[in-house]
Design a protein around this ligand. Sequence first.
Ligand code: LMR
Length: 326
Amino acid sequence: LIGAVSALTLAVAASTANAACDAGEVVVKLSHVTGGTTHPKVVAANNLAERINTELNGQMCMEVYPSSTLFGDSKELEALLLGDVQVLAPSLSKFGSYTKKLGVYDLPFIFQDIDAAIRFTNSSTGKDLLNSMEDVGFVGLGYWMSGMKYFSANKPLLEPTDAAGLKFRVQTSDVAKAMIAAMGASPQPMAFSEVYGALQTGVVDGQENTWSNIYTKKFFEVQDGTTETNHQLLAYFFMTSSEFLDSLDADLRADFLRISDDVTQQANLNVKKAEATNRANILKAGGEIRSLTPAQRASWVEAMKPVWGQFEDEIGADIVKAAADA
Ligand code: LMR
């Protein structure tokens, strides 16, 4: 029965934006962990599937599995290497066991805003980082931006000292762990699919995320409020494996890469709007959002900035400088 239920769940989850795959088509599975309809990653993934299923009909077919229904955080990268999935878009904070360089994206307050982050991803340093895991067999197709991150907790957070002693869920990132420790709080790495339950039952007191994730995963319902800390970027490494790319005929590979690039450009144009919509959705649904005075913001920067020094050597001082100057 469990098998039947999960097969049904998968079939339902995969139905969005999926054309039935015909015999002879190369089947491409895209797995990701976010959900809802207004999330920028959901929109980008569905656009990609729609373009592939229309333009490459007869040759290639894409199935999208959102909300960790095929693979969650802990298994998806391994599954890509095993060929059980062909396309992923994990957050840049989830690659610490493959490369340290992407840790640059996690440094607190390194980007003034999402525009600075986009400028860095378009720079030669940012583009080179797409190839930082070639040795593993991971190919970066582009960056899908999401937004800046904000802290939420089960009590109001206005000064970093308000977070002292609390437990925060983080992604599997050493930089994020150090940042939470710098606030005098404890980091708890956890898969995205477990965050709502952990907040609800008090396993953790808070978390950090974008408006799109806080709204579509309903975190605001089980938190006192969210503070506009703007402390860190959330963006995705839109990726495939070299094994999959190499398996495609040259023409099909070129078409797949062209469509992937178009969808990436489009996704990044729309991302600020998606964040603004989901911020408004939180307020409409009764969620509390607190902003910081310039003095309060300065104390968050001061508490977290020392984290840069802890990671500069392993990331590369040149990479850190290029990001900070973007
Ligand atoms: C998280 O784990 O908080 C995010 O990376 C989830 C996502 O993919 O947006």
